[in-house]
Design a protein around this ligand. Structure first.
Ligand code: GAR
Length: 196
């Protein structure tokens, strides 16, 4: 049984997908803690599902390194087998990458290496592409440039807004994430062997 710590900044719909999947006794992972860098709406899922939650606010931290050390300490307390960045909208500090990679993964709403960064959906729309996608990657010291675990194309429709396109991408992200955790747990995917 894989122990997951999931880090969020927003609503936590990907987190919810993992929590709901974990309600099946056969699912090979359990979320042991939820962490956030701010008062994220998704922290409420901790109460709903009875999972401990912690916040290490980025704003107000003495500096990025101190924040990173505190976040790493909070994550490590739970002794996770895998850390999932699920809409975590901060560049992960090097101290965390050094300590946790490759057992730290990130969902991204684009077909990487296309449209990395904080605005993957907006950037795809602005580029006028007819398809974008969803990706799940290993976190390394680049911005969304780590080894790809799984990805899938999603069409862009005429008249899409950032919101309508993101709503089409998110179910794909959730499916990729829930399946990838199974694949990592049973060894079908070996994070140590993936190429960047
Ligand atoms: C997801 O689409 C995730 O891929 C994206 O934020 C959303 C979070 O949704 N992350 C990034 O853009 C990271 N660069 P959620 O909070 O509802 O799971």
């Amino acid at each position: 049984m894989l122990k997951l710590v999931v880090l969020i900044s927003g609503g936590g719909t990907n987190l919810r997908a993992l929590l709901e999947a974990s309600e099946d006794a056969e699912y090979p992972a359990r979320v042991v803690a939820i962490g956030a860098d701010r008062e994220a709406d998704g922290l409420a899922l901790g109460e709903e599902f009875g999972i401990p939650a912690f916040t290490v606010p980025f704003r107000g931290a003495a500096d990025r390194d101190r924040w990173g050390e505190e976040l790493l300490a909070q994550v490590r307390f739970w002794e996770p087998d895998l850390v999932v960045l699920s809409g975590f909208m901060r560049i992960v500090p090097p101290v965390m990458v050094d300590a946790l990679s490759p057992r730290m993964i990130n969902t991204h709403p684009a077909y990487l290496p296309e449209f990395p960064g904080a605005h993957g959906v907006r950037d795809a729309l602005a580029a006028g592409v007819t398809q974008t996608g969803a990706s799940l990657i290993v976190v390394d010291d680049s911005v969304d440039g780590g080894p790809i675990i799984a990805q899938e194309r999603v069409p862009v429709h005429a008249g899409d807004t950032e919101q309508t396109l993101h709503e089409r991408i998110k179910p794909v992200e959730r499916r990729l994430l829930v399946q990838a955790v199974i694949d990592i747990a049973n060894g079908t995917v070996n994070l140590e062997d993936l190429d960047a």
